[in-house]
Design a protein around this ligand. Structure first.
Ligand SMILES: Nc1ncnc2c1ncn2[C@@H]1O[C@H](COP(=O)(O)OP(=O)(O)O)[C@@H](O)[C@H]1O
Ligand SMILES: [Mg+2]
Length: 292
């Protein structure tokens, strides 16, 4: 069987290397390519996808490590792979939803999954009004932010207005969210039907617990009912591989976001998650391809 790894603009080389070395244990052909080397063609009423002379629709499985910057082109590529019968552990629809921080919250809310109080508006005035309901401090998020970048803490209304004015100049949309003070940050890697919870501990003097911002990570145990919530959230999004990020507040566990290409934290876990992911992709592909 043939496996394809597509790496988007922010894909870490170390993680790709781990995934490839694991993939070679299972697949007879393994190809690793950057998203920007792909060519999409519509020829004779048929959508095709090429890397140099290789037809990518002929692969059995593909894991696309794409990020918000890869939007639009990434979506076209995923859509063609999906409709060509290539097994994708993460659907193109999921890519659209989770790249938009508010759309994610909205989708989870529709399914009655727990999320912090969050709002979206496209101009400063309604946002200021919303902030009075949610109270301060308040979290402001760029819709397409990642790695803790684009997540800001606003202490009072007089700081909010200039920030929103600035965002408008840059034509950026923001979501506002209640601040969960001293909330434990728990990432659940959801791989197939299994959940692997990891606690992220922000570095001193930092409130964002992103590993890329210096946080540490340790494996922990969590109650089964929270694992069920993580599995349900991943399923709703159409993702076989994802991370569902929670913040544990005094009001209970709330989902902060779902990641399409979660960082696999090699600094803390080595190849562990690359191993589990590739094993899952292989077993699932076998199941799909060998079924009559
Ligand atoms: N509402 C919130 N209350 C408290 N901390 C938050 C809140 N939202 C985000 N954070 C902190 O900021 C980090 C980054 O926010 P997140 O929404 O996950 O964006 P990103 O995509 O940049 O990781 C989270 O992991 C968490 O530590
Ligand atoms: Mg996050």
């Amino acid at each position: 069987m043939k496996f394809l790894l597509i790496s988007g603009s922010k894909a870490r080389k170390e993680v790709s290397k781990h995934l490839i070395s694991e993939a070679k244990k299972y697949f007879s052909t393994v190809l690793s390519i950057p998203l920007d080397g792909i060519r999409v063609e519509c020829v004779g009423g048929e959508n095709k996808l090429f890397f140099k002379n290789t037809d990518l629709t002929k692969f059995d499985a593909c894991y696309a490590r794409l990020f918000s910057e890869d939007f639009l082109f990434g979506e076209c590529v995923l859509d063609i792979l999906e409709s060509s019968g290539v097994y994708l552990p993460t659907s193109s629809e999921a890519f659209q939803i989770v790249n938009h921080k508010y759309y994610t919250v909205q989708t989870l809310c529709k399914s009655k999954l727990p999320v912090p109080t969050t709002s979206l508006s496209v101009s400063p005035q309604p946002t200021t009004k919303i902030s009075r309901t949610v109270g301060y401090p308040l979290v402001v998020k760029l819709l397409s932010g990642f790695g803790g970048r684009g997540v800001m803490l606003v202490q009072e209304e007089q700081d909010l207005v200039p920030l929103l004015d600035t965002m408008q100049v840059f034509k950026e949309f923001v979501a506002t969210q209640e601040f969960i003070d001293k909330g434990d940050d728990i990432r659940c890697y959801v791989i197939g039907d299994n959940v692997y919870p990891v606690k992220r501990i922000a570095k001193k003097g930092e409130w964002r617990a992103n590993v890329s911002r210096g946080a540490r990570a340790i494996l922990i145990r969590i109650p089964d009912e929270i694992k069920e919530i993580a599995l349900k959230a991943a399923k709703i999004m159409g993702m076989d591989i994802s991370s569902v990020d929670f913040i544990k507040s005094s009001k209970g566990w709330l989902i902060l976001e779902i990641n399409f290409s979660p960082g696999l934290m090699p600094k803390f876990f080595g190849k562990k998650f690359a191993e589990i992911i590739m094993k899952h992709i292989f077993n699932r592909t076998k199941e799909i391809k060998l079924l009559p």
